[in-house]
Design a protein around this ligand. Structure first.
Ligand SMILES: *Cc1c(COP(=O)(O)O)cnc(C)c1O
Length: 374
């Protein structure tokens, strides 16, 4: 089945007890045993499993083409679940240009679990090969990356990881399964902050990991979910499943809007540099054109002349963009990224990250033109 059809039908069926076309929200935390002591529907306690969560997991597994998905209460919890696969005594190799919260887990939590960490430019395959040398357990890659939109070659990284016996995990939050299918390119697990495009409306926090196959990796992810306990609420799962129905439409329209915004910015005299893989001038454009489909994502980063002060001044002048962190929602956001990431940030101080929503691109362009002083 095609993605648009899966987005509407995977994980969904009318409620057998009422005929309700949309699944009810199952708030019950506990489920009745049969007279024989068994659990006839397979559910017994809300931390271990819930019908709304099961429906969401089925849908996302179908969209990513994996065996099963495992949902958590946030993207950060989902990332940590994958990192737990490398503990203890393992080694994780991670994209240097990664989500700052991911880097914090690797710096602040994983060393205490006996896991060593190396940050590497995953667009440089020779550097990845060197970093994988001594017994790496996991290669973690974000592509396009945050916030510089660097593009890493997932198929090539999968070959390198497999040759070293390491798992390849991909944070697919920026692309969504609409634009990029890491499991088909050889990744073992793919993760989303469902807070972003999968939720799409800036009103639910969540995370999910999809495993390519059943087996020990999936079993560990399930254990981290049910025994670790960082699970999403039934309502959050219900909201996410509802949002998935429009995911292909939203992501394609937002990507088209982002391309229009990036092209406008690339020609603007008060712009120093635009980072967007959909621009032919971007170093990852060729690879992104092969590895992604139907668009290059809805995040555009832009550097303005005049340093942090001018970047903040531009952000202060927008009227339609909202000054806020996050991405993937229907409303466009603008963010001075370095001040969000804190003192260890590698992000250029004059960089603004734009998360393009579903407004008409002409209106977004007009807002930016005004804010840049064009
Ligand atoms: C937001 C984000 C995360 C963290 O997800 P939360 O839902 O905020 O915990 C991880 N990776 C990327 C790329 C993100 O954008």
């Amino acid at each position: 089945m095609k993605l648009e059809t899966l987005a509407i039908h995977a994980g969904r069926r009318p409620d057998p007890s009422t005929g309700a076309v949309r699944e009810p929200i199952h708030l019950s935390t506990t489920f009745e045993r049969g007279p024989d002591g068994a659990y006839p529907q397979g559910f017994f306690y809300g931390r271990s499993g819930n019908p709304n969560r099961a429906s969401l997991e089925q849908a996302v597994a179908a969209l990513e083409g994996g065996a099963e998905a495992v949902a958590y209460g946030s993207g950060a919890a989902a990332t940590l679940a994958v990192f737990s696969l490398a503990a203890a005594g393992g080694r994780i190799v991670c994209s240097a240009d990664c989500y700052h919260g991911t880097a914090r887990q690797l710096r602040e939590i994983l060393p205490g679990w006996g896991t060593s960490v190396a940050f590497v430019d995953t667009t440089d395959l020779a550097a990845v090969e060197r970093a994988l040398e001594p017994g790496a357990a996991l290669l973690w890659v974000e592509t396009p990356s945050n916030p510089l939109l660097r593009v890493s070659d997932l198929a090539a990284l999968a070959v390198l990881a497999r040759a070293r016996g390491a798992l390849l995990g991909c944070d697919n939050t920026f692309a969504s399964p609409v634009l990029q299918q890491p499991l088909a390119l050889g990744a073992d697990v793919v993760m989303h902050s469902t807070t972003k495009f999968l939720g799409g409306h800036s009103d639910v926090l969540g995370g999910i990991v999809v495993a390519r196959e059943t087996g020990p990796v999936l079993a560990r992810l399930r254990q981290f979910q049910g025994v670790g306990g960082g699970v999403p609420s039934p309502f959050d799962c219900w909201l996410l499943l509802r949002s998935l129905a429009t995911l292909p439409l939203r992501v394609r329209a937002q990507s088209a809007g982002a391309l229009a915004v990036a092209r406008f910015l690339a020609t603007h005299p008060r712009v120093e540099r635009v980072h967007y893989p959909g621009l032919a001038s971007h170093p990852g454009h060729g690879l992104a054109s092969r590895q992604m489909q139907d668009g290059f994502g809805a995040v555009v980063s832009v550097q303005v002349p005049g340093g942090a002060a001018e970047a903040l001044a531009v952000a202060a002048r927008v009227q339609l963009f909202t000054r806020a962190t996050s991405l993937g929602g229907v409303e466009s956001l603008i963010e001075h990224r370095a001040s969000m990431e804190g003192p260890l940030t590698q992000t250029p101080p004059n960089l603004l990250r734009l998360a393009v929503g579903l407004e008409h691109p002409d209106d977004l362009v007009a807002d930016l033109d005004r804010a840049l002083g064009g």
